[in-house]
Design a protein around this ligand. Structure first.
Ligand SMILES: [Ca+2]
Ligand SMILES: [Ca+2]
Length: 433
């Protein structure tokens, strides 16, 4: 689904890029950019990385619903990347140096700036992280003059040597029979030890949607990461990188943002050459800076061949988002309804080569379980129309699952309306919208 389309003119900047766009299109290059991920998804083993800011990082943010949507369609391949931190299911002693939430501390380690480092001269104390799936691959840094560590878990332990000629990321794979196990890391005391996090993997066919985001982050945070960032992307087996940035990049103007974003795209292309990259402009918060940043993302897509999704202009105005309950009282972050909507917008655009963005009506998979045509979609539509529940919202507080589309099937901004039921029945019967 999409909200009503608005036209908008940018007053920002001249066109420095050879391929600069005059107006941002609804999407660019999505078929090509999604092709590697589509193949991996259909093969039953896919890894999608979501690069973002707090809109992505939040527990009920965009990442969660992209994960739910992808996993309902292709299977649950596990929780994916999880940094070592107290905010992400781990514990790092006070005496260790730690990367933290809503910040970016040197050294710029990790995919998301959260990690734990024990340094010599400090009494050794252990950190731990909870496993979320039966198999975890713990990622740690090895380097010159580094120390060693002992990793222990229920029923096993491993002594880990952390010396290397230069900085490099290595993995320890731990397989458990059950869930919720802890892995402890004891520094041996001879030299520095750095634990980055772990990749949670569930055996069997499925997809992992990795959250690579932190609050307050923008393009510079990803550009300034140490080379461990590139190695971590490789170790995850990345098939697709979705870049959702902009709210924290409002000090940039169009040309400079395009240059920085091009650097990030090239960095990712060099790190994981087989992966697709899709740039997603941030949503409209009524800021005068954002039209230029949205155009910059389209410029970069033209220059680099990356995909592009124009959430900024095509997913609705700030007033429309507010009216539909998409925005928190802080007027910046999404509610779970808003995050679900944006995740669905992106998922549908990826799967239709962008056609879903400009389609006159929503698709017939009303409950977003990737099963259609299906009676369950009609049942859910009638339920939601009557103010009832949607079957694909589940968990405590109905906060999990992809949820249902808007009942405004014909996208005319009017709902509840009989015309939407008529349009939905027509679509179900194979007719026009
Ligand atoms: Ca369905
Ligand atoms: Ca309507």
């Amino acid at each position: 689904m999409k909200l009503t389309r608005t036209s908008r003119v940018s007053a920002l900047g001249s066109l420095a890029f050879a391929g600069a766009v005059l107006a941002a299109p609804p999407s660019l290059n999505l078929e090509q950019a999604f092709a590697p991920a589509r193949e991996a998804l259909l093969s039953g083993d896919a890894d999608i990385v979501c690069i973002g800011d707090s809109l992505t990082f939040r527990t009920y943010g965009t990442h969660r619903y992209l994960r739910d949507r992808f996993q309902l369609a292709y299977g649950d391949g596990g929780e994916g990347y999880q940094a070592l931190s107290v905010w992400t299911g781990g514990f790092v002693p006070d005496t260790w140096t730690r990367g933290i939430i809503n910040s970016d501390r040197q050294p710029f380690f990790g995919l998301d700036g959260m990690w734990g480092m024990w340094n010599p001269g400090i009494e050794p104390a252990a950190a731990f992280i909870f496993a979320q799936d039966p198999v975890v691959r713990v990622q740690y840094v090895a380097g010159p003059n580094f120390g060693n560590l002992l990793a222990t878990w229920d029923g096993g332990s491993q002594f880990v040597f952390c010396q290397a000629e230069g900085l490099e990321v290595r993995e320890i794979e731990i397989a458990r029979s059950g869930f919720d196990g802890q892995t402890w890391f004891y520094p041996s005391g001879e030299g520095q030890v750095v634990i980055l996090g772990q990749n949670n993997i569930r055996p069997g066919p499925g997809v992992r949607v990795h959250r690579v985001a932190n609050g307050g982050w923008g393009v510079m945070n990803f550009l300034q990461r140490e080379t461990v960032f590139d190695e971590q992307l490789q170790l995850l087996g990345t098939d697709l990188v979705i870049i959702m940035l902009g709210q924290n990049d409002q000090s940039f103007w169009r040309e400079l943002y395009a240059a920085r974003m091009t650097s990030l795209v090239q960095r990712i292309q060099n790190a994981v050459p087989g992966a697709g990259i899709v740039l997603v402009s941030t949503y409209d918060t009524d800021s005068v800076q954002l039209p230029g940043l949205n155009l910059a993302m389209a410029d970069v897509a033209l220059e680099t061949g990356a995909g592009y999704i124009n959430v900024f202009e095509e997913a609705g105005t700030f007033a429309e988002h507010l009216a539909r309950g998409h925005i928190d009282p802080d007027r910046v972050h999404f509610t779970s309804v808003g995050a679900r909507y944006i995740a669905g917008f992106i998922f549908d655009a990826l799967h239709t080569g962008g056609a879903s963005i400009t389609a006159p009506c929503s698709d017939i998979d009303f409950n977003n379980d990737s099963l259609f045509p299906s009676d369950a979609d009609l049942v859910d539509f009638l339920s939601v129309l009557a103010g009832g529940p949607c079957s694909t919202r589940f968990g405590p507080g109905n906060d999990d699952g992809p949820g249902c589309d808007s009942i405004d099937i014909n996208r005319d901004g009017l709902f509840p309306a009989d015309e939407d039921l008529v349009a939905f029945l027509s679509l179900l019967a194979g007719g026009a919208c």
